[in-house]
Design a protein around this ligand. Structure first.
Ligand SMILES: [Zn+2]
Length: 263
């Protein structure tokens, strides 16, 4: 005898066809947050224009930190991808839009060689925001970077006036130990390392750098990005003893477990 489903049951079965029941009894040990990096930018435009660009244009960021007043706006939910990094690389990871939170800070950047100061209250807001995000997602200190770090050939933001040292003092970013830097600096003042050495150390710190063995234009740009971040008093890409010492100290903290550091 043919059995006929009641109309309501047939409807329910059809509705469920695309959505299977998922059993969540078991959970894998091997997992971490999709958010691995925090990338800082400056907008290079005033607030109104920045807001328009980041909400209506072909680029975006998760957060926009205004200068006056220092409000924090969320423009993209943390769980979704914002389009702020572009072609990018850090510690061997590429295409960082997929794995990062982007924070745009309203600042005019470089106008004819004059860099605009960040307002202290705005920096306070950035530090609090980075602290909250790093805590929430377990972002490591060496994964809090600037746009110029992950795209040194294209980008200069957040610029030489961004206070990376302050982020480091708050435990949110890396900074080389000053005493170790002083010791190594005196060594490098006697014998300056060659291009290959600089390229290897820059690679260890996280930068995508050519391994050409010569101080080509790309290597200088990467070294300039490093200097802008860690030694902003001069960022001309010249391989001086102080840069070498800072690089060496930072690279040596990574070398042990850094798969991208070989070579
Ligand atoms: Zn940027």
């Amino acid at each position: 005898m043919k059995r006929v489903l009641p109309a309501a049951a047939a409807f329910l079965l059809a509705a469920c066809a695309g959505a299977p029941t998922v059993d969540t009894t078991y959970s894998a040990l091997s997992q971490d947050s999709r958010i691995q990096f925090i990338v800082l930018h400056f907008t290079s435009t005033r607030f109104a224009e920045s807001l328009e660009t980041l909400t209506q244009g072909p680029v975006s960021a998760h957060y926009l930190v205004r200068d006056e007043p220092p409000e924090v706006y969320r423009l993209v939910d943390d769980s979704r991808r914002a389009w702020h990094a572009g072609e990018s690389s850090w510690e061997g990871n590429t295409q960082l839009n997929a794995s990062s939170i982007g924070i745009e800070i309203v600042n005019l950047g470089d106008r004819g060689g004059e860099w605009h100061e960040y307002a202290p209250a705005q920096i306070d807001a950035v530090v609090s925001l980075v602290a909250e995000l790093a805590r929430k997602y377990g972002v490591a200190r060496d994964h809090v970077v600037g746009h110029s770090d992950i795209a040194p050939r294209r980008k200069i933001d957040p610029g030489p006036l961004f206070p990376w040292k302050r982020l480091a003092e708050a435990g949110l970013a890396e900074w080389p130990d000053a005493e170790l830097v002083a010791i190594r600096r005196s060594t490098f003042e006697v014998t300056k390392p060659g291009a290959e050495w600089f390229q290897q150390r820059l690679g260890c710190v996280g930068y995508a750098v050519p391994r050409s063995g010569i101080f080509d234009a790309d290597t200088r740009r990467v070294l300039a990005a490093f200097q802008m971040h860690f030694r902003p008093a001069r960022f001309d890409g010249e391989p001086d003893a102080e840069s070498a010492a800072m690089l060496d100290v930072l690279a040596s903290t990574r070398a042990g477990d850094a798969s991208w550091c070989s070579g």
